[in-house]
Write a protein that binds this ligand. Structure first.
Ligand SMILES: [Zn+2]
Ligand SMILES: [Zn+2]
Length: 168
C-alpha cells in the first residue's frame, strides 16, 4: 500500500486537477446536456444513466492520471518525459501509455560514494566518476555479466583486467 502511495506522488498536481475537472465536467454534461437533450440517451432507464455517469467519467479520470504518471515517472527515470507524455495523449486507446510501461528505463540508483541519483543506463556516476557497473577496460562501456568479449569493441575480457564490480 505504501508502494502505491509512493507511486501516486509521481503524478503531478496539475494532472490531479485536470483529472478532477474532466470528471466533474463529464458528469455535468451527461446529467444536464446529454440526458436532457439527447433523445436516445434521455430514454435510458434511470439505473443505466446512473451507472453510465459513474463509470465513464471515472475511466476518463484514471486515464488523465495515467498520463500524469507517465510524465512524472519518465522524468524521474531520465527519459524524454515531454515526448512520452505527448505519445500517451496522442496515440489512441491508451497504446502510448502501454508502450511506455514496456520500454521505460529502470529507476535511477543512488551513487554509493556521493549519493547522486544516476540513471541505470550509465556505468559511471556523473557527479563523482565512481564506477557503478562493470565496464570494458578498452572502451569503458558497460558490460553484461555473461560476456567473455566486449560487445561494443570486441576486447577480450580477462577477469584480471576487469574493474571490480560496484558495491551495492
Ligand atoms: Zn557519485
Ligand atoms: Zn569495449
Amino acid at each position: 500500500m505504501s508502494r502505491m502511495r509512493e507511486e501516486m506522488k509521481v503524478v503531478p498536481r496539475a494532472a490531479w486537477v485536470t483529472a478532477g475537472c474532466v470528471y466533474l465536467g463529464l458528469v455535468l454534461i451527461l446529467w444536464f446536456v446529454a440526458y436532457r437533450h439527447e433523445p436516445g440517451m434521455g430514454a435510458w432507464p434511470e439505473w443505466l444513466k446512473v451507472v453510465f455517469s459513474a463509470g465513464v467519467p471515472l475511466m476518463m479520470f484514471l486515464y488523465v492520471l495515467f498520463i500524469g504518471y507517465v510524465y512524472g515517472d519518465a522524468r524521474r527515470r531520465g527519459m524524454r518525459h515531454v515526448m512520452w507524455t505527448l505519445l500517451a495523449i496522442l496515440i489512441p486507446n491508451a497504446i502510448g501509455i502501454i508502450l511506455y510501461f514496456i520500454v521505460r528505463y529502470p529507476l535511477p540508483r543512488g551513487c554509493p560514494k556521493c549519493g547522486a541519483a544516476v540513471s541505470a543506463r550509465f556505468p559511471f556516476c556523473p557527479s563523482c566518476g565512481t564506477a557503478l557497473a562493470q565496464t570494458c577496460p578498452q572502451c569503458h562501456r558497460r558490460l553484461e555479466p555473461a560476456w567473455s568479449h566486449c560487445a561494443h569493441c570486441g576486447a577480450s575480457l580477462q577477469t584480471a583486467n576487469l574493474r571490480p564490480p560496484a558495491p551495492c
